[in-house]
Design a protein around this ligand. Structure first.
Ligand code: SAH
Length: 390
């Protein structure tokens, strides 16, 4: 077995089960390559953990086991999958939802690997070339543990020509329809990086429908396939969806259609959010609830946008078109933008704008997106519901 020796003084961090092996903590290693297994050792040759090399944007790789005798084979993955499945039993038995995450990377014991269930069609996401080297074992273990109609995969790392596709089972005609909180959405497991829906926001969507939509006008910015609009429309007076991508219009219309809502009865704009702010302000439009769920980074013709630097602009633009005593749902899924900083930006921006506000609810990931107790970035999702008094 290859070995990586820690710098003196770094043992405690890993003895306390920090799951990501940080390159800077390593004193020396045996020419480790992607997918290699190795023992993480102290400088006095004490075994701490078994890990694999899988470079994402961070770290050298992930700890897999704290037992030196544990062999990393199909059975290893099987026993983790079985445990993950037991913890998700609940989701198989609730009405109105048939899509959820089955295995959430380091939260369930293998950083760099996720498995989602879309109504029996499974999606594996590989986040590094290293974890992909375990593909044979992982796929075999999936077959032995999970029920499925089909399995698809996506490569979430760069420098690969093959970006994903069919692995096993049926080849359904996409889109397939999934149900979540009694709402239907189209999903395509075989088209680019995204699937049509972000499963981590399911409870936030439900909250929006149940508590912030009744009789209101809703503006959904960065709307993608309109998931927030479609669920809100069940209670709202009217929804407006805004996304820069051309494809968003048809995808959003189809999702409305699936839920028996005439897409022509809702507004959809293919437009940059900031252009929309100008347009809406010029036409004196106002909205009761404004949803902002942007990508962490975006680039368009004119400028680049990052949630950490520019969230204040998003909030200020929204304030200009928020109806009196309106609400906002502000989200970010950036793991490098912690809740505390996010709340600070919200506070500063609203205070300088001179408006009073109340945080109604702060939400994070749902249970199926199990996080790692010693690895904070795994709690990447922040969703803040605010009531604004102005
Ligand atoms: N809120 C969505 C997910 C957003 S994904 C949901 O709940 O499903 C990010 C989306 O932002 C993409 O669809 C992308 O096209 C869009 N986008 C990126 N830059 C944008 C901009 N400047 N203005 C409007 N939309 C933008």
């Amino acid at each position: 077995m290859k070995i990586a020796t820690l710098n003196k003084g770094k043992e405690t961090k890993y003895l306390n089960q920090y799951p990501l092996v940080d390159e800077e903590d390593i004193y020396q290693h045996d020419h480790l390559k992607e997918g290699d297994l190795f023992y993480l050792m102290t400088e006095s040759d004490q075994y701490i953990a078994t890990a694999y090399v899988g470079r994402q944007h961070k770290g050298l790789g992930w700890v897999l086991s704290y037992d030196q005798n544990e062999v990393i084979n199909t059975q290893f993955f099987e026993s983790l999958f079985k445990q993950a499945l037991e913890e998700r039993e609940y989701y198989y038995h609730i009405e109105g939802t048939n899509a959820f995450r089955l295995f959430n990377a380091e939260g369930d014991g293998v950083g760099g690997l996720t498995i989602d269930n879309y109504n029996g069609h499974l999606l594996i996401q590989w986040y590094s070339r290293g974890i992909y080297k375990f593909r044979y074992n992982v796929v075999e273990a999936i077959q032995n543990v999970f029920e499925f109609k089909s399995i698809y995969e996506k490569m979430r790392f760069k420098d690969t020509e093959y970006t994903g596709g069919h692995v096993l089972g049926e080849t359904p005609e996409f889109p397939i329809v999934i149900e979540e909180n009694f709402t239907f959405y189209n999903v395509d497991l075989n088209d680019g990086l995204m699937t049509g829906i972000f499963l981590d926001q399911k409870e936030v969507r439900k909250k929006l429908r149940d508590h912030f939509s009744e009789g209101r006008t809703i503006l959904n910015l960065f709307s993608y396939t309109g998931a927030f609009s479609v669920i809100a429309a069940q209670n709202a007076e009217m929804t407006t969806s805004v996304d820069l991508a051309n494809r968003s219009r048809a995808l959003t219309e189809e999702n409305f259609g699936l839920n028996g809502i005439d897409p022509k009865s809702q507004y959809i704009y293919v437009m940059d959010t900031f252009d929309f702010y100008n347009y809406a302000a010029r036409h004196a439009k106002q909205y009761d609830t404004i949803v902002i769920d942007p990508p962490s980074f975006a680039r368009n013709k004119k400028k680049t946008f990052s949630v950490q630097k520019n969230y204040d602009d998003l909030i200020n633009g929204a304030l200009d078109i928020l109806a009196p005593n309106g609400s906002m749902l502000l989200c970010t899924n950036s793991s490098v933008f912690p809740l505390k900083s996010f709340k600070n930006v919200i506070k500063k921006t609203l205070e300088s704008a001179g408006v009073e506000y109340e945080i109604e609810e702060v939400m994070g990931l749902p249970k199926d997106f199990k996080t790692h107790p010693h690895y904070k970035p795994s709690k990447y999702l922040k969703a803040v519901f605010l009531n604004i008094k102005h």
